[in-house]
Design a protein around this ligand. Sequence first.
Ligand code: C2E
Ligand code: MG
Ligand code: MG
Ligand code: MG
Length: 281
Amino acid sequence: AAKHHGRNEFRQFDDELEDVIQRRQHIERDLRCAIDTGKIELWFQPVVRLDTSEIIGFEALLRWFHSSHGPIAPPEIIEIAREIGMMDALTDTVFRSCCDLMARLTEAGHGNCRVAMNVSPRELENGRLDDLILDGLERRGLPASMFEIEITEEAPVDGDRVDEQLARIAHAGISIALDDFGTGFSTLASLKDRRINKVKIDQGFVRGLAQSPDDQLLVKAVMDIGKGLGIEITAEGVEAEADRHLLQELGCRAAQGYLFSKAVPMDKALELLMKEHVGPR
Ligand code: C2E
Ligand code: MG
Ligand code: MG
Ligand code: MG
């Protein structure tokens, strides 16, 4: 009986593995077309002032709903786009969408709102992002001060070409934020990099902050360092009022999280701006 059971389990494992492989094949097959036909969307999560809950910016986040496999997480979209040689096209899509929002914000009299685009270090290594951004902003008549790039140090970033690009982007007046700070390869040393003018504290330290004295200590330390170096700090993943309150007490001025709003489509983002604030205050 034990043997029989074992074989069934093996077959079940086999079936599950086959599902995983099939799903992956479907996604690989459909992603190219989804990018080409504009089915990949960018949604925007508000960044708010902690004291008033006013919207001061938006972060662009990839959204793709696959007709048979449902929502696909952004990191998987990116991984597959790279695999099938569509990363440049995807980056174009993301940047274009950010520009569309900036243009609409300007028209609506919200030119002081900032739009942030996530950039992975590998895109910088490929070496055409600075041209894409600087030429694009100029062509559309958008001020560099409205734009921000968020870099995740998921791998050590190195190389002259990366440095050169970051320098050009920063010199143009575009804000550079270090994303997911406190995880991966983001180190204290990266804060000495004068081109970085913002740090986003990873949600891992923020969620449940009120219940975690250790996290409070770490967040406070980051706030102090930021103050000393003249780096702005944004807290990610604020879900609870108690955490919002504590962050404010620790001197944090900007935040993002479900307490205020999830990412929403562009039209909805503009609607949210018409309100005085999102979430509690
Ligand atoms: P990230 O840049 O750190 O983005 C924040 C993630 O946390 C988003 O997940 C967002 O939906 C989620 N989030 C925001 N507030 C809360 C909250 O209060 N609670 C919780 N539990 N989660 C919250 P998402 O959209 O799944 O994105 C995951 C990651 O994928 C991003 O992390 C970013 O690294 C990457 N990504 C997304 N869009 C792009 C893109 O256009 N380009 C690149 N290169 N990477 C992207
Ligand atoms: Mg980000
Ligand atoms: Mg982050
Ligand atoms: Mg992240």
